[in-house]
Design a protein around this ligand. Structure first.
Ligand code: LMR
Length: 331
């Protein structure tokens, strides 16, 4: 037998032996619906991880905040109650890693291509490293998409935001962004947004269309402004101690699965968001608002305040590195 064949046979036996023992369980908790880019990618990771480890690893995916809400899931990961998460990049501030809020800066990315220069390059890798002192390893970035702004009145001019209570994720940059246009930001867990919109606790919110649609937010929002004013995406993270304690062969296989799941996530993100937007339109439940070039420029000008205010919080060096990649300039 050739050495390569022997090695392959040995690896298979190792997996088979592992499979006979109790499987290694990876609990993967997330807050969105299954038919979103993140939901589908989590399910895809489960499928290939279980297949390729021949059952030595079992991935239990808990969608829709079934297990934990936003803030709780971060704590659960650090305590080892779950092993894998993919929180939005806007949710790392409360953990003490504020650098990720660079992704929340309004109008910083004009396209997925610009975003990928950061997430798939050295800046992205540098940011993931910052999680390690918190007992967390960052494995990958998964795309979602560009945000729309929704409310019960049409948000077209900057003045339209005045006094509007807008739900945001737990990011100081998003807080500044909403204040910069005169709105009143309210941080709230994702699982509570639909009800808060329905009961009028908040008047509006922002999210990529895939989240708006799958949470049925469009049914309780009269208007959706197609603003693409900011980006929302994810970092896939694991408990460091758990990950580093995995048998080497299993870890290598899971890392290869993560690479493939990342490609899967990034391939479906744009399509999912386009389809969600079409579905919202078809539903007739909320009306689309489009911005003229001048209106969009006015949003950008006002929201540039969020850049200035958060430069030192995020770290001027990181912000400037990202500007260099994306060519962001205040107008
Ligand atoms: C939100 O809270 O609006 C999003 O971060 C939810 C998500 O995970 O996409």
């Amino acid at each position: 037998m050739k050495l390569k064949t022997l090695l392959a046979a040995a690896a298979l036996t190792a997996f088979a032996t592992n499979a006979l023992a109790a499987p290694i369980v990876i609990k993967f908790s997330h807050v969105v619906a299954q038919n979103t880019p993140k939901g589908q990618a989590a399910d895809y990771f489960k499928k290939i991880a279980e297949q390729r480890t021949k059952g030595a690893v079992k991935v239990e995916v808990y969608p829709n905040s079934q297990l934990y809400k936003d803030k709780e899931e971060m704590e659960a990961l650090q305590l080892g109650a779950v092993q894998m998460l993919a929180p939005s990049l806007a949710k790392f501030g409360p953990l003490g890693v504020k650098d990720f809020e660079v992704f929340d800066l309004p109008f910083i990315f004009d396209s997925y291509a610009e975003l990928h220069k950061v997430t798939q390059g050295p800046i992205g890798a540098k940011l993931l490293k910052k999680l390690e002192p918190k007992g967390i390893l960052g494995l990958a970035y998964w795309d979602n998409g560009f945000k729309v702004m929704s409310a019960n009145n049409p948000l077209k001019s900057v003045d339209d935001f005045k006094g509007q209570k807008m739900r945001i994720q737990s990011s100081k940059v998003l807080e500044s962004q909403m204040r910069s246009v005169g709105a009143i930001p309210q941080t709230m867990a994702f699982s509570e947004v639909y009800q808060a919109l329905q009961t009028g606790v908040v008047n509006g919110t922002e999210n990529p269309p895939s989240n708006l649609y799958t949470q049925k937010m469009h049914e309780v929002q009269k208007y959706v402004t197609l603003s693409d004013h900011g980006y929302l995406g994810y970092a896939v993270i694991v408990n460091k101690k758990f990950w580093e304690g995995l048998p080497k062969d299993i870890r290598a296989t899971l890392e290869a699965c993560m690479k493939d799941a990342t490609k899967f996530a990034n391939d479906v993100a744009k399509k999912d968001n386009d389809e969600a937007l079409a579905a919202v339109k078809k539903s007739g439940r909320s009306q689309f608002v489009t911005l003229t070039a001048q209106e969009k420029a006015a949003w950008k000008k006002a929201m540039d305040k969020a850049h200035k205010e958060n430069m030192s919080r995020i770290g001027a060096e990181t912000v400037k590195e990202v500007y260099k990649e994306t060519g962001y300039k205040a107008n």
